[in-house]
Write a protein that binds this ligand. Structure first.
Ligand code: SF4
Ligand code: SF4
Length: 388
């Protein structure tokens, strides 16, 4: 197999080592591909580095996309399709990139970690879709990108609308790499969470399904909850906040007892800081923000609409605290799933900058120590002071 690897510099060494530690896989990396404009071909060690536009001059039979940003994967998928780069294209699931998990199993890519992207299908492929079980949370972190601390009353997903949306998405798209079920805190509503997991599996039998939780309620989940997780082949991603860290041994015991797949970084990656980077004013370069934003492909399905990131979809939870009408805050660049007719149109819209991107100042991001918000959260813990 001659592989063209689309990967950022920071991952190349790991990728080379991964291939060389699997001799049976018999792969040769023929080039690295950069998506940014680079004027000339150069090398990384022995391996040539080429711009995307020159990929077809290389002698490859397989393309592997290995980037940790789901929005970038979608953009690359569309670009490779437009340039007819071939039908043998794989992508490591972006959520698996940071943990640098072994993505090769014997003579194949590990299907749990790597998606084969159907390039020739008349319908498109979406990398990631996230959805809330409920919008509130039992932890209430300052600067939460899903704005959960501002949700005072339980707001649950409408399961009938969720099913209709999945049904429609399964008609518009050939597949979704990863469906991420989260909140707020999804385990506040275990029955609904199970129902949404089962529906996701029904409409997307080949997708990865990930349940993201702060873990605090894991010991309270009943055996049938874990049966659902197992039956639907769900991967559990526990985000280790300081209160979660105290519960790690108990959580791992439960995972071991029920043989649950989970992200091993639960033990090592304690979340100690959050960042605030949003403004209420459209004063930044939205196009540039969209290009550099790691969250630009975290598409959110909410009440039959998809928006390109949680920041745009849930910022209106702050409306009451700010005394601003909800409609003024929330992104207007959303897709009405039930009315959509063309999956490619949907994907291209979601790949483009949204109105909210000009309110995001990722380069001025300010880190804050992880802390719980007060009962009445202060929007200043989410918003930057005006900067240009
Ligand atoms: S755990 Fe914190 S970051 Fe996660 S949804 Fe709850 S409040 Fe937001
Ligand atoms: S609104 Fe902000 S967080 Fe969302 S995609 Fe644009 S730059 Fe990224």
């Amino acid at each position: 197999m001659n592989i063209a690897l689309i990967a950022h510099k920071m991952h190349r060494e790991w990728l080379i080592q991964s291939f060389s530690s699997h001799q049976n896989f018999q792969a040769e990396i023929v080039c690295f591909v950069e998506w940014d404009d680079i004027s000339e071909k150069h090398t990384d060690g022995e391996i040539p580095v080429v711009p995307l536009g020159q990929l077809q001059k290389m002698n490859y039979d397989t393309i592997l996309i290995a980037v940790p940003w789901p929005g970038r994967v979608n953009q690359l998928y569309l670009a490779l399709r437009d340039m007819k780069a071939g039908d043998c294209v794989y992508a490591i699931r972006p959520s698996m990139m940071d943990s640098k998990r072994d993505f090769i199993l014997g003579k194949e890519f590990n299907a749990f970690i790597v998606d084969k992207i159907p390039m020739l299908n008349e319908k498109p492929f979406m990398q990631l879709l996230e959805t809330h079980v409920c919008d509130d949370c039992n932890l209430n972190c300052k600067a939460c990108t899903h704005f959960a601390p501002f949700v005072k009353k339980r707001q649950k997903a409408d399961v009938e609308l969720f099913e209709k949306s999945l049904d429609k998405l399964s008609q518009l798209f050939v597949g979704i790499g990863l469906i991420s079920i989260l909140g707020g805190e999804a385990l506040l509503e275990p029955e609904l969470c199970m129902e949404m997991i089962s529906l996701s599996r029904k409409y997307f039998p080949l997708s990865g399904i990930m349940l993201t939780t702060n873990g605090l309620l894991i010991p309270k989940m009943r055996p049938e909850f874990w049966d659902n997780i197992k039956t639907n082949d769900v991967f559990v991603n526990v985000t280790p906040y300081p209160p979660t860290m105290k519960m790690i041994p108990a959580i791992l015991d439960i995972f071991s007892k029920y043989n649950i797949k989970y992200d091993p970084r639960i033990e090592t990656n304690e979340i100690k800081t959050f960042a605030k980077f949003m403004s209420l004013d459209s004063i930044y370069d939205g196009h540039w923000n969209n290009e550099i934003c790691a969250g630009a492909g975290c598409y959110q399905l909410q009440n039959g609409y998809i928006g390109k990131c949680p920041e745009g979809m849930y910022i209106d939870f702050m409306a009451e605290s700010l005394g601003i009408p909800s409609a003024e805050l929330k992104t207007k660049d959303v897709v009405n799933v039930l009315e959509a007719e063309d999956g490619f149109e949907v994907l291209r819209k979601l790949c483009a900058p949204s109105d909210m991107c000009s309110k995001c100042a990722k380069i001025y991001r300010k880190n804050i120590n992880w802390e719980r918000a007060d009962k009445n959260p202060d929007p200043a813990d989410w918003l930057l002071e005006k900067q240009i």
